[in-house]
Structures are given as C-alpha cells and as structure tokens.
Design a protein around this ligand. Sequence first.
Ligand code: 1GP
Length: 236
Amino acid sequence: MLREQVKKWRHVFKLDPAKPITDDAIHQIATSNTDAIIIGGTDDITFQNTAYLLSKLRNYSIPYYQEISTSTSLVPGFTGYLTPTIFNTNDAKWILGIHHQTIKAFGSFIPWDQVILEAYVVLNPDAKVAKRTNANTNQQISDVIAYARMAEWLQIPIFYVEYSGTYGLVDLVREVSPILQNTHFCYGGGISNQQQAEEMAAWADMVVVGNLIYDDLNQAIQTVKWIKSIKKRGES
Ligand code: 1GP
C-alpha cells in the first residue's frame, strides 16, 4: 500500500515540470539513492511538461509520484499520486474543493490504492504556493502542533511543513516531531547545505529537496547522504 511505502521515505527530490532540466541531471537525480521523486509545482504545470518528465523517469527503477496541483495536469502512469490539502487556508477550494471537482470528473478512473492525501501547513509568506492558496502563514508553533494533531487524528498519511523557497524554523520542526506517530512527518524548504540537511533530518521523518536541484545539482545530490546518515531523534 502506498501509505506503507511512504513511511519508508527519508529523502525525496521534488522536480518542477515548469523548470528546464537536462537528461544528465535527471540521470543523477534518479540514481542518487533518494527514496522517491515527486513531480509537482505551483505555476505553469501542464499535462505536457509533466508527461515529459514522466517519460524521462520511466527509464529508471526509482518510484515517481505526481503531486497534483490541477486536474488538467493529471498524467496517468505514475507510481502513485499525492494530493495536497492545505490546512492553513480559509479558502475551501484548497482544502477539499479541487479534490471534489477532480473526483467528480475522474471518479470511476481513480486508482484509489495509488493515491494519498498530504496535509500541508504552508509557512513561507513569499512562496508562490502561499500566495496561490491564500495560506495564513502567520502561525505560532502551538498552531502548527494543533494542525499536526489534526493530521494524526484524521489518519492522513503525510503532514508536510512547507517552507518552499526558504529555510524554516528548526524549533518548530523539533516541537512538531513528537506529535506525529502514525502520520509521516515531512519537512520541505530551502535546504542548501549540510548543516540544514542534518538539522531537519534530526526531527522530520522525511526531507524534500527542490530548488537546490536547479541551483547547485552537485550539492543537491550530496543531500541524499547527509540526510540518510542522520538518525531521527527519538527513534530507537
Ligand atoms: C517544495 O518543499 C519543497 O515544495 C522543497 O522546497 O524547493 O525550497 O527545496 P525547496
């Protein structure tokens, strides 16, 4: 089951279909010993640019997942599908609205055993995803802890602390960490060096690296070993 596979993820690369990438870079990412590749982004995501990346990844044994942002960019053929729900927005469209419309359009074709929900808390006010979803990024640590408890109670497979584009608060990630027992705790945002990779890997179950792929590919590849060599605190 996808939920069980996700629990094993420690390091994940996120590729943005709207950003150009060479075949060699894809090769390095796909053979880097990362646990999975997520394909997703906020702006200019189309069926075509998503299908293009999928066609490149098919040559490798690494599992690849589409993070669905719009129903029109949904591409069949991925190992699985991740569907974000934004916890810290008042705009119902981003909580369950788009999901409802997508299920209405594709309901009988959806491979349910290959689809899971991700509970997002978006915390960088300058990130495109924060603007797009009208996220209320002004959250105290206690607010995020309460969101984490909700995700655990609702049995959502992934709780995603999203700082996309900037490095987040380690204190927040440290305090949220023990709340999540069955829900997989994902951190993403601004990982660009060894210290950051190790700090977040100490408290999150899984760390996502995105922008660094496009800014410094060699450094991005290094994050796999940095993150995987750190043991998460509190685990025996
Ligand atoms: C984005 O959380 C991921 O959705 C990774 O963030 O691109 O800042 O690494 P960065």
